[in-house]
Design a protein around this ligand. Structure first.
Ligand SMILES: [Zn+2]
Length: 216
């Protein structure tokens, strides 16, 4: 069960991946999380990655692929995995294919306006970092953290204009990748048009696809 999860930033991809992990008993592999862990643990790779970002450069594909290869060959990936945040481009997809064949690509379709609505209503606690949402997870008192009483604010990244820019980059980058996987008949679309739909509903849709493609 080797699954790639594609979805724009703010689509809830990470949430779905971690729920699927529990249901399916395979690990969630996020290259973004792996990079952050390497940096935090100050490994050789982490230092190398740190140098790239200090120079304002992107981490080269081969570095990420080397790290991913090691991870995918670990014993807990024998039964499969859910890959979240990789690949983003066709060369990355081809490199992945050389490490291990992918069985299914789930493409989360969330309209831009839904993502903007969700993210621009996100509130973060200045003191403890807890996350709230004016639509779905309101604090008990306006702009005050339930957990620590700290002040809640909207991050710079969550301004509608910044979100839209990020989504445009994502769409441009992933469109060819979606076509690539479609051509290989690996792509299945999942739709989430309503920001109030709970994650369980989307998970049910994904589970139905897994059954239909006989992965479970
Ligand atoms: Zn707090």
């Amino acid at each position: 069960m080797r699954i790639v999860l594609l979805g724009p930033p703010g689509s809830g991809k990470g949430t779905y991946a971690s729920r699927l992990t529990v249901k399916l008993g395979v690990p969630q592999i996020s290259t973004g999380d792996m990079v952050r862990e390497e940096i935090k643990a100050r490994t050789e790779l982490g230092k190398k990655i740190g140098e790239y970002s200090a120079r304002g450069e992107l981490v080269p594909d081969e570095t990420i692929i080397e790290m991913l290869k090691k991870r995918l060959e670990a014993p807990d990936c024998k039964k499969g995995f859910i890959l979240d945040g990789f690949p983003r481009t066709i060369p990355q997809a081809e490199a992945l294919e050389k490490i291990v064949p992918i069985g299914l690509v789930i493409n989360l379709n969330v309209p831009d306006e839904v993502i903007i609505l969700r993210l621009s209503n996100r509130l973060v606690c200045r003191r403890c970092g807890a996350i709230y949402n004016r639509l779905t997870l309101k604090p008990k008192i306006d702009n005050v953290c339930d957990k620590c009483g700290g002040e809640l604010y909207t991050r710079e990244d969550d301004q509608p204009k910044v979100i839209q820019d990020r989504l445009n980059v994502y769409r441009r980058q992933t469109e060819p990748l979606i076509a690539y996987y479609k051509k290989k008949r690996l792509l299945k679309d999942v739709y989430c048009k309503d920001p109030k739909v709970p994650p369980e509903v989307v998970i049910e849709d994904i589970m139905a696809i897994l059954k239909e493609t006989k992965l479970i």
